[in-house]
Design a protein around this ligand. Sequence first.
Ligand code: UFG
Length: 344
Amino acid sequence: MNVLVTGGAGYIGSHAALKLLEVGCDVTVVDDLSCGHIGAIDAIRKVGELHFAEMNFGDVGAIAELLNTRSIDVVMHFAALTYVGESVEQPIRYYQNNTSNAICLFEAMRQAGVKRIVFSSTAATYGIPAQENIPITEDCPQEPINPYGWSKLMVERVLKDQLIAAQSNAEDFAFAALRYFNVAGCDPQSRLGEHHQPETHLIPICLDAALGKLEAVTVFGNDYQTPDGTCIRDYVHIDDLVDAHITVMKSLSNGDGKFYNIGIGKGYSVKNIVDACKEVTSNDFKVHVGSRRSGDPPILQANAKRIQDDLGWTAKYTHIKEIIESAWKWRKANPDGYVQCNNK
Ligand code: UFG
């Protein structure tokens, strides 16, 4: 299968590109390196042959040509801006990149006759779920509380409408949107890692504190309605997430419009994560309690039964320590992340 991976130099996209190569796909990566790392591309190329095009996924003409010349069968669309707080400050940038450019990508696919797509959506589309809706199923009302969540939800809507149009014209089309919860960990063989600039995610921040790169970790609020007062999240290992993509990709057939939650169905509080990071790193780094971060739902925990029932996918990594260990292994070996970092 010939797969186009957008955002393939980023954290999730690079892990997907590597795994796709390993399962025998022909992989083309599109990334403009605005957030991704050329070091990730170099690391993937140590494993297999990869076609890399440095371009923005919203460039209709260039993407359509690439889809044609590479004879692409399916697109995995990862490229996106992903900072909730930033999306509140710069909504246009988020809608431009995550929504408008996604529509451009779909137009390029239409022009090139590519009929299959797996789209990275997010649990942020659920907003703040009502207590009775936790753990969250795919049928939970989607009411995002920030432009990031809206920018992704709108793309889900566009895909649904495309499917409706394709069906009414008796055309072949299928998509799946995977709503990720908190993705964590690194390639089990430490060939790829997690490197964001700036880093805002809890686990990498704790690891930076353990490395002495940060003086302390700030816990954003301990007055939530949760057992220890800190927010609860569902952390899924990147390797499991990528397996879910490949399973879904292989399953897609004409007329499918699938939505799947990807999580492990278990919640860990911020305090649980901090304690687990201290244990894994054997470092008792400093922790302060600060004020709440705006836009943080108290609890995001998945019910991922639908993908299990439909396709037999379940997470292999169900213990938070194993997930953190894989992240720590790469971070310890690469304390400055991808050194050939090419961020613009
Ligand atoms: N947190 C801290 N201190 C920090 C960083 C984070 O207390 O220094 C807390 C956050 O407030 C939150 C939890 O740790 O309660 C997890 O925060 P992350 O930033 O690691 O992840 P988020 O839950 O905010 O967001 C992630 C993805 C989003 C996605 C969301 C969906 O980054 O893209 O999961 O669940 F939308």
